[in-house]
Write a protein that binds this ligand. Sequence first.
Ligand code: PRP
Ligand code: MG
Length: 212
Amino acid sequence: MITIALPKGRLAQETADFFEKCGLLNIKMEEDSRKLIFIDEVNNLRIILVKPFDVPTYVEYGAADMGVVGKDVIMEKNVNIFEILDMGIGRCFLALAGVKGKKEDFIRKKDKVIATKYPEVTREYFEKINHQSLKVIRLNGSVELAPLLGLADGIVDVVETGRTLKENGLEVYEKLFDISARLIINRASLKMKKDLINDIVERIERGLEIEG
Ligand code: PRP
Ligand code: MG
């Protein structure tokens, strides 16, 4: 049996639908269910639902053989897993953002404070552009509130439709990276369950071709 970790939330349903299209999933995962484990006996699969930032952890330690997770999470966590393919779903981007119309003030400010769920990615980015004296405040969500309440000068966060920024009077200052969901695999599983995993990967690849 192969265990696949999916990220709870918006990407889980999209991934489950995609797997179904690839003929990989023969079960219904009701959206309002509280279950965390789903068994597909036909395909010999076990689906587990975990927090997005925990997907690479389950896969790295082999508690799950494979997982689906956003590139943002992979970049932030720096774990030892094998990223095998881009699933093309969950497309969005990581952005530096702040209060609308205040970009120039933000750029001029010397000791910037950034609030984010992605402290590692944020530090790396500001190091790359040679920005000194940066303070990063780690938050777990609703990051858009930070510049509005004076907790930070800007944020680094995911933007999908842009609605959260817009409805809170913020705007993108800079686009940092494109993001999409990736299929990741535990390194030992890749060797020990080679045939089963190859079969799944091939079916996903075929599904991707059909999708175009
Ligand atoms: C995510 C992300 C942004 C928003 C982007 O938050 O952190 O806030 O979605 O989507 P949009 O551009 O379509 O508005 P999420 O809703 O997952 O909540 P959280 O940040 O509180 O975890
Ligand atoms: Mg958010």
